[in-house]
Design a binder for this molecule. Sequence first.
Ligand SMILES: [Zn+2]
Ligand SMILES: [Zn+2]
Length: 83
Amino acid sequence: MSYMCLYCNGMLALDSLCPLCGKPLSDVGRLEDYSGPYSPYRSIDDLKLTNGYPDLALRLCIHQTYCGSCGYSAVMPIAERQA
Ligand SMILES: [Zn+2]
Ligand SMILES: [Zn+2]
């Protein structure tokens, strides 16, 4: 049983809008690719605490999103799907 992120695999495109200016947010990739090996683990631990489902939390792909228009950026956890 394997899981994959549809966004990383290019099967889905991010369709979120910037909360500040309403322009489409761009997906700049997985957080671990973006900021090094330490922050994603901390993020996943935080998610475990908040949603209470450790197995599910481990199936989350943490993406960094960015608005090229105003510079807003946010972290978006995306649930991976069974392949
Ligand atoms: Zn992904
Ligand atoms: Zn914006």
